[in-house]
Design a protein around this ligand. Structure first.
Ligand SMILES: [Zn+2]
Ligand SMILES: [Zn+2]
Length: 321
């Protein structure tokens, strides 16, 4: 599985960060899912290889503008780009009301169908190749996390046995690997005798705005990656108070450490944190605060960060590698 970040700022965009938008997809597959669609998300998509025709579903975590003001423009552009296939939109009732209102007021006649799935009713739904469920979070409006699970089964050949029996690779090995039996030297050989099925499962949780990371605990069992907001440092969080109902870097890092998480990706940073280490408020404070308590692999997402999750459960930053 892989993650691509289209926006990593909270509230307003900055010169280097757009507002929320995250892609979840399978490595080397063209189909993709979008989680949140802040204003300008479609412009960010233009800078990637992603095609709106291959967009399988959009998941909106909550109705705040920095997570959904980009939806109408993206839907319209997909239509003008010739999309015909129905598009699934997962979200709360407010999200559907908002889309319906824009559709009718601006006379947006989409040439494809929108399939609304209410997040309250999302229960291990099969969307594309993923099994997706949701977790209710705590924020000023109802907010959700989406859990993406991918179960794969690969058939591996027992090469040692094949060589021992003397079955040549062409054309037999490919046939056996596809699960079909073969006949060789006037003898039948069953695929099951020469193959082994390896089952793997991967789990990535992408969270909306949330001030109570503990709500993720139950569904975080066997999660490979959690993507969560770290809007402020804890020092600033204490100054601001919990009015905005966001998490500090310390709060989410403590949760991740407590559950023994392997990979934590932080995003949705307040625009006050600048990229220059010399700036009064800078992004490195968020990083050092989280690193001080979380001992797993920590990533601070940037716009266009691409992370791939390997079979071994290791998350790799493709911007760096
Ligand atoms: Zn937000
Ligand atoms: Zn919000």
């Amino acid at each position: 599985m892989e993650l691509i970040f289209l926006g990593t700022s909270s509230g307003t965009p900055t010169k280097t960060r757009n507002v929320s938008g995250v892609v979840v997809k399978e490595i080397d597959k063209k189909e993709w899912c979008l989680i949140d669609c802040g204003e300008g998300t479609q412009h960010q998509i233009l800078k990637t290889k992603l095609s709106l025709n291959k967009l399988k579903a959009i998941f909106i975590t909550h109705i705040h503008g920095d997570h959904c003001y980009g939806l109408p423009g993206l839907l319209a552009s997909a239509g003008m780009g010739g999309r015909k296939e129905a598009l699934t939109i997962v979200g709360s009732q407010e999200v559907f009301d908002y889309i319906e209102a824009v559709n009718s007021i601006t006379e947006l006649h989409l040439p494809y169908e929108l399939l609304f799935v209410n997040v309250d009713k999302l229960d291990e739904e099969k969307i594309g190749t993923f099994k997706v469920s949701s977790i209710a979070l705590s924020h000023r409006v109802s907010s959700f996390a989406y859990v993406f699970e991918l179960n794969t089964a690969t058939i591996k050949l027992n090469i040692t046995k094949l060589k021992k029996v003397g079955i040549p690779p062409a054309p037999y090995w490919g046939i056996l690997q596809s699960g079909k039996d073969i006949e060789f030297n006037n003898k039948k050989h069953k695929a099951i005798e020469y193959t082994e099925t390896l089952k793997t499962s991967k789990k990535i949780i992408v969270c909306g705005d949330n001030d109570q990371p503990d709500l993720l605990k139950e569904k975080s069992v066997k999660a490979d990656v959690i993507v969560h907001e770290a809007t402020y440092t804890h020092k600033d969080f204490l100054k601001i108070g919990n009015g905005p109902m966001h998490s500090s870097a310390l709060k989410i890092a403590e949760f991740a450490e407590n559950i023994g998480l392997k990979n934590l990706v932080l995003t949705h940073f307040s625009p006050r944190y600048q990229e220059e280490p010399s700036a009064k408020n800078n992004i490195f404070e968020i990083e050092s605060e989280a690193k001080a308590v979380f001992k797993g692999s920590l990533f601070l997402a940037k716009d266009f960060s691409r992370y791939t999750l390997g079979e071994n459960g290791i998350l790799t930053d493709k911007l760096k590698n």
